[in-house]
Design a protein around this ligand. Structure first.
Ligand code: NAD
Ligand code: DAU
Length: 357
C-alpha cells in the first residue's frame, strides 16, 4: 500500500490511475478537495477496493498519523499543494499554509511513523516529494538548463513556498536520516488539467469563442512534459532513486507560449473547425503580463536518464494531439468545472464506493 497526497488533482489523479493500471498495490488517496481537487478524475475507480479515498488536509496531523497507523503504507508520494502561480500572486497565504506548513506536518507524521517501523520496514520506506522546476528561478535565453545543483532562486509566492518545502524535505533526510526523494519537474500537460492553466484554458476559450489571453509578448519559454511521462518518472525515482537525492524531470521540449497557442489553434482548426471557417488564431489577444513573470524554464534531465534509465515516451507532437483530442472528447468534464457541478460529484456519485471520510 502507498499513501498519495493530492491524488484528486491533475497530476495526482493521473498518477493514481496509472499506478492502478500497472499494479494491484492499493493506494490510499488523501486529498482536501480544494477547488483543484476533482473526484470526477477518478470516476473509473468507483467500486475499486484498491483505491481508498480520504477527504482531509495534510495539515491535520492526527488524521495523517491515524491513516499511517491503520494502513501501514510502504511509501508516501506527496503531490498535495496549491499549484497555480497566478493564484499565489493574488492570495499567497494558502500557499504557505499548504505547501510549507502542510509539508512540515506531513513530514512530522511520517517521521513518527517511520521511526517506529522495524529495521527492514524502515529501510524499505520512502517519502517522495513532488516539486517543480520553478524553484530554480528564471533563465536567460542562452543559459544552460537547470540541473539538480542549480542554486534555488524562486520568484513567485508559489515557487518560494515549494522551495521551502524542498528544503524541509532535504533537512529531514540530513537531520533524521529519513528516506526521502525529491523530484523537480517542468510544466505538465495532458488529461484532467484544471482549465486555469495555459493549455486547457486556451482549448476551452477557443471552443467557447472567448479571447485567448497571452501574457506579455508570449515569448516566455516553458519545458513541456506529457503528464503520464511525469508519472512514469516518479515511479522510477520511487523504485530506484538514491535516498536523499533530487531528480529533475523534464520533456526536452522548450517552447514559447505563443508557439504552444498556435499549435493548439492549428490542431483545433483541423479537428473541430470553427463554423465560420476562420482560424482559432484570430481569437489570440495580448493582455497585461503576470507580475514577476519568469522568462524561461528548461530542465536538464540527464541525471534521471543516466542513473535510472528514464526518458519521456511522448514527443510534444504526439502528446499535444492526444491532449487536444482528450479535451474534445471530454467536454462534459470541463463543463462541470466551469459550471461548478464537479464539486457535487462526491455527494452524487462517489460516496460509499471505496471512500473513507
Ligand atoms: P493541482 O492543483 O491540480 O492539484 C493539487 C491537489 O492537492 C488537489 O487535488 C487539491 O485538492 C489537493 N490539496 C491542496 N491542498 C491540500 C491540502 N492542504 N491537503 C490535502 N490535499 C490538498 O496540482 P498539480 O498540477 O496536479 O500538481 C501536483 C504537484 O506537482 C504539486 O505539488 C505541484 O507543485 C507539482 N508540480 C506541478 C507541475 C504542473 O505543471 N502542474 C509541474 C511540476 C510540479
Ligand atoms: O514549471 C512547472 C510549473 O508549471 C508548476 O510548478 C506549476 O504548478 C504549474 O502551474 C506551471 O506553472 P506556470 O506558471 O508555468 O503555468 P501556467 O499554465 O499558469 O502558465 C504557463 C505559461 O503561460 C506562463 O508563462 C504564463 C502563460 N500564460 C498562462 C495563462 C494561464 C498566459 O500567457 N496566459 C494565460 O492565460
Amino acid at each position: 500500500m502507498i499513501l498519495v497526497t493530492g491524488g484528486a488533482g491533475f497530476i495526482g489523479s493521473n498518477f493514481v490511475l496509472d499506478w492502478l493500471a500497472q499494479s494491484d498495490e492499493p493506494v490510499i488517496n488523501l486529498d482536501k478537495l480544494t477547488y483543484a481537487g476533482n473526484l470526477e478524475n477518478l470516476a473509473s475507480l468507483q467500486g475499486d477496493s484498491r483505491h481508498i479515498f480520504v477527504q482531509g488536509d495534510i495539515n491535520d496531523r492526527a488524521l495523517v498519523e491515524s491513516l499511517l497507523a491503520q494502513h501501514t503504507p510502504r511509501a508516501i508520494v506527496h503531490f498535495a499543494a496549491e499549484s497555480h502561480v497566478d493564484r499565489s500572486i493574488h492570495g499567497p497565504e494558502d500557499f504557505v499554509i499548504t505547501n510549507v506548513n502542510g509539508t512540515f506536518h506531513l513530514l512530522e507524521a511520517a517521521r513518527g511513523y517511520w521511526s517506529a517501523l522495524s529495521p527492514a520496514e524502515k529501510d524499505a520506506f520512502r517519502f517522495l516529494h513532488v516539486s517543480t522546476d520553478e524553484v530554480y528561478g528564471s533563465l536567460g535565453p542562452n543559459d544552460p538548463a537547470f540541473t539538480e545543483t542549480t542554486p534555488y532562486a524562486p520568484n513567485s509566492p508559489y515557487s518560494a513556498s515549494k522551495a521551502a518545502s524542498d528544503h524541509l524535505v532535504r533537512a529531514y533526510h540530513h537531520t533524521y536520516g529519513m528516506p526521502t526523494l525529491t523530484t523537480n519537474c517542468s510544466n505538465n500537460y495532458g488529461p484532467y488539467q484544471f482549465p486555469e492553466k495555459l493549455i486547457p484554458l486556451m482549448i476551452h476559450n477557443a471552443l467557447t469563442g472567448k479571447p485567448l489571453p497571452i501574457y506579455g509578448d508570449g515569448m516566455n519559454v516553458r519545458d513541456w512534459l506529457y503528464v503520464s511521462d511525469h508519472c512514469s518518472g516518479i515511479r522510477e525515482v520511487l523504485g530506484k532513486g538514491k535516498l536523499g537525492e533530487t531528480y529533475n524531470i523534464g520533456g526536452w521540449n522548450e517552447k514559447p507560449n505563443l508557439e504552444i497557442v498556435h499549435t493548439l489553434c492549428d490542431l483545433l482548426d483541423e479537428l473541430q473547425p470553427r463554423a465560420d471557417k476562420q482560424s482559432y488564431r484570430s481569437q489570440i489577444t495580448y493582455v497585461t503580463d503576470r507580475p514577476g513573470h519568469d522568462r524561461r524554464y528548461a530542465i536538464d534531465a540527464r541525471k534521471i536518464e543516466r542513473e535510472l534509465g528514464w526518458r519521456p515516451a511522448e514527443t510534444f507532437d504526439t502528446g499535444i494531439r492526444k491532449t487536444v483530442q482528450w479535451y474534445l472528447q471530454h467536454g462534459e468534464w470541463v463543463e462541470h468545472i466551469v459550471n461548478g457541478s464537479y464539486r457535487q460529484w462526491v455527494e452524487k456519485q462517489y460516496r460509499g464506493l471505496g471512500t473513507q471520510d
